[in-house]
Design a protein around this ligand. Structure first.
Ligand code: CP
Length: 315
């Protein structure tokens, strides 16, 4: 594997999930694989889980790991071509990415969308430029439109905890005070559409995701209808795709509570974290037995380890 940016980079999703669960059982079985190899994790935006879980995964495989908080510690990057760099940017992504490729055998990159220009965000300009210029395999640590390591961890979690062959999984929109990217719901949707699950997306009118990510999903504006008999509920806020990056008025009553869970099949509640308590998801759920958010975050290690292992095997 040379690139992990979406589910489309994985020929056999089931096999990758199985491999991740095997690594969870035997974390150090492939410690020799990464000996004398270096992983660079480059963050253009903040992170807790992605940073620590991917670092741990690479260490479990015997790699050396370097973390660069590019947004705080790196030179201001110029992304555009054919511009005279007489403004605030100091280094062009062409040189920066190529130099990182000299130091690392595998690079992970996090770059969030600006949420201003949909065409630019959905072209994945920053992530794709890293891929183009660094010359080594690249793992997405969340890009403008997708968060594949999160989605793989989510699928691993569902596979581990499901009590029936084909569980009902519901992605439900949740309120927030800030416009958030569509990367997590886009990615979750396209991974679920490739998984062996009965998948429904519930959101208020106006929060339709880009149809490229939701092929095969049942989509409804009725949250209760979606939650009925659900086995897993994935709670997430996202801003509108059209008008792009906007929060639409109302919909505060979409926050999930214990009362809403009564119509589910004792559903387990997931969230990628970080989560704003009692705005996006109620404390009573987060502190109760339905919540599997910490377990889910723990599985980020095995998702990352399975992907890095595949890349090391291809070096
Ligand atoms: N879920 C997730 O990606 O968390 P971080 O933003 O903290 O990495």
């Amino acid at each position: 594997m040379k690139l992990f940016s979406s589910v489309h980079d994985v020929p056999d999703v089931k096999a990758l999930v199985k491999e991740a669960l095997h690594l969870k059982e035997f974390p150090y079985a492939f410690k020799a694989l990464g000996e004398n190899k270096t992983m660079a994790l480059v963050f253009l935006n903040p992170s807790l889980r992605t940073r620590m879980s991917t670092q741990k995964a690479a260490l479990n495989l015997g790699m050396n790991v370097m973390v660069l908080n590019m947004d705080k510690e790196g030179w201001a990057l110029e992304l555009r071509d054919n511009v005279i760099m007489n403004g605030t940017t100091v280094e062009h992504i062409r040189e920066a990415a190529a130099v990182m490729g000299e130091y690392a055998d595998i690079i992970g990159v996090r770059s969030f969308p600006g949420l201003k220009d949909r065409e630019e965000d959905y072209s994945e300009m920053i992530f794709n430029k890293f891929v183009q210029f660094c010359g080594v395999p690249v793992v997405s640590l969340e890009s403008a439109t997708r968060h594949p390591l999160q989605s793989l961890a989510d699928l691993i979690t569902i596979e581990e905890l499901k009590t029936k062959a084909r569980p009902k999984v519901v992605l439900t929109w949740a309120p927030h005070i800030k416009p958030l990217p569509q990367a997590v719901p886009n990615s979750f949707a396209e991974w679920m559409c490739r998984g062996d699950v009965d998948f429904t997306i519930a959101h208020p009118k106006g929060y339709e995701l880009c149809a490229d990510f939701t092929q095969g999903a049942t989509i409804t504006h009725n949250q209760d209808e979606a939650l009925a008999d659900a086995d897993f509920i994935y709670v997430k806020n996202w801003s509108a795709y059209e008008p792009y990056g906007q929060i639409l008025p109302g919909n505060e009553d979409w926050m999930l509570t214990n009362d809403r869970l009564k119509i589910t099949n004792k559903a387990k509640v997931m969230h990628c974290l970080p989560v704003r308590r009692d705005l996006e998801l109620s404390s009573e759920i987060l502190d109760g037995e339905s919540s599997i958010v910490v377990h889910e975050a723990g599985n980020r290690v095995w998702a990352a380890q399975a992907v890095i292992k595949r890349m090391l095997e291809g070096l």
